[in-house]
Design a protein around this ligand. Structure first.
Ligand code: ADP
Ligand code: ASP
Ligand code: MG
Length: 407
């Protein structure tokens, strides 16, 4: 079998952890498998590098940022390969460039276009364990280093698994698998034996950082089987796979939260055709992803308020841009709302059950939690609430939908 194993930041946090990873990897190889390892930077390293950059510039050049950030993963790939070598197995570390990971040119959130992988294929055939630096690629022609967005080593792993036609992709992290909600917030959260790509995609995009959103999208598109497991024990993990009939019986399968958004409100926007198009086109052109949008009913049919949410990391850029557009549109002004969180419930069973949203609103109301924005899809309901109620909301929703372990 060909197996891709990805180890996240806490799994390679220090020399001892890297040794433990090397042992696990070598064990898989000695069982007769070809193994490709993908590593993250040591935990905290990427944040440290971002901080350094911000000490020197309030708006660091994104090309330089990518070169800087990619170094964290290069360090762990080299160290992990050395540790494997110490255990008597051939190992070769490869950067994104050496792995042939070709991306588009959107620095700090590049998309993988293709993976050549020739060198890795040859080395695997020659009996090497390959250790790839996650989170990075290069632009076509190889002139610049790019990174794949926060948590991007998950995407590196899934994309490499698909390019090399691996039998499975194992994501090793600091929890035993995918739970009904973040087990670090709700200790009663239950580990799921399996979860559909659709539900995992929703949970990830709604803030459950156990898998990066784009990695799930990629796995779903190519049908790559993904298993989420702990690198700290041998417990069985969670299989992310195609939906089956049993999954529909469960109405709500998970609760997610996202504290990394801000709300922008454009006040007094003229209420006429084409305004929203102008506003959101300008924001999209800056490659900022807008999540929720709410337009209020205009008073007297003349002016209205439009609110929307964007990732916190884009808040400065989005605010500046929106202020410019607001001026052009003759709007009253722009207000930046920080201190918000998005709480969501997810489940494929919502397709066939009604009243789930109402139940969510009711339980939030009962706990005095005000809802600022709402958005729904076939299999999820999300609410924007005050940041300080995040943990409470997650706990009460987990409770009301009976997601805890049946003891
Ligand atoms: P890594 O560094 O290995 O990539 P991450 O920190 O990115 O790990 O993701 C693992 C974390 O995801 C867990 O420690 C947990 O706090 C968080 N998490 C959030 N929601 C969930 C969930 N539904 N199931 C499991 N973990 C979750
Ligand atoms: N080191 C990167 C990050 O912290 C990528 C990853 O860990 O997946 O976002
Ligand atoms: Mg991660």
């Amino acid at each position: 079998m060909l197996i891709v194993q990805k180890y996240g930041g806490t799994s390679v946090a220090n020399v001892e952890r890297i040794k433990a990873v090397a042992e696990r990897v070598v064990r898989s190889a000695r069982e007769g498998n070809k193994v490709v390892v993908v590593v993250s930077a040591m935990s905290g390293e990427t944040d440290k590098l971002i901080n350094l950059a911000h000490h020197l510039s309030s708006n660091p050049n994104e090309r330089e940022m990518d070169l800087l950030l990619s170094s964290g993963e290069r360090i762990t790939s080299a160290l992990t390969a050395m540790a494997i070598g110490e255990l008597g197995h051939k190992a070769m570390a490869l950067t994104g460039r050496q792995m042939g990971i070709i991306t588009d040119t959107f620095h700090t959130k590049a998309k993988i276009e293709r993976i050549t992988g020739e060198r890795a294929r040859k080395a695997l055939d020659d009996g090497y364990i390959i250790v790839v630096a996650g989170f990075q690629g290069i632009t076509e022609g190889g002139s610049d280093v790019t990174t794949l967005g926060r948590g991007g080593s998950d995407l590196s792993a899934v994309a490499i698994a698909s390019a090399l036609d691996a039998d499975r992709c194992e994501i090793y992290t600091d929890v035993d698998g995918v739970y009904t909600t973040d087990p670090n917030i709700v200790p009663e959260a239950r580990k799921l034996e399996k979860i559909s790509y659709e539900e995992m995609l929703e949970l990830a995009s709604l803030g459950a950082k156990v898998l990066q959103t784009r990695s799930v999208e990629f796995a779903m598109k190519y049908g790559t089987p993904v298993v989420v497991r702990s690198s700290f024990n041998d417990n069985p993990g969670t299989l992310v796979t195609r939906e089956d009939k049993d999954m529909e019986k469960v109405v709500v399968s998970g609760v997610a939260y996202d504290k990394n958004q801000v709300k922008l409100t454009v006040m007094g926007v003229p209420d006429k055709p084409g305004i929203a198009a102008k506003l959101f086109k300008g924001i999209a052109e800056a490659n900022i992803v807008v999540d929720m949008i709410v337009q209020n009913v205009s008073s007297g049919g003349k002016a209205t308020d439009i609110s929307f949410t964007v990732p916190k990391t884009d808040s400065g850029k989005a605010l500046k841009l929106t202020e410019g557009i607001a001026k052009e549109l003759g709007a009253g002004g722009v207000n930046l709302g920080e201190g918000i969180a998005k709480i969501s419930i997810v489940g494929v069973g919502m397709r066939t059950h009604s009243g789930v949203a109402a139940q969510m609103f009711e339980v939030l109301a009962r706990h005095g939690i005000n809802i600022m924005m709402i958005s729904t899809s076939e299999i999820k309901v999300s609410c924007i609430i005050d940041l300080k109620y995040t943990e409470l909301a997650v706990r009460v929703l987990h409770d009301v939908f009976n997601l805890a372990e049946v003891k």
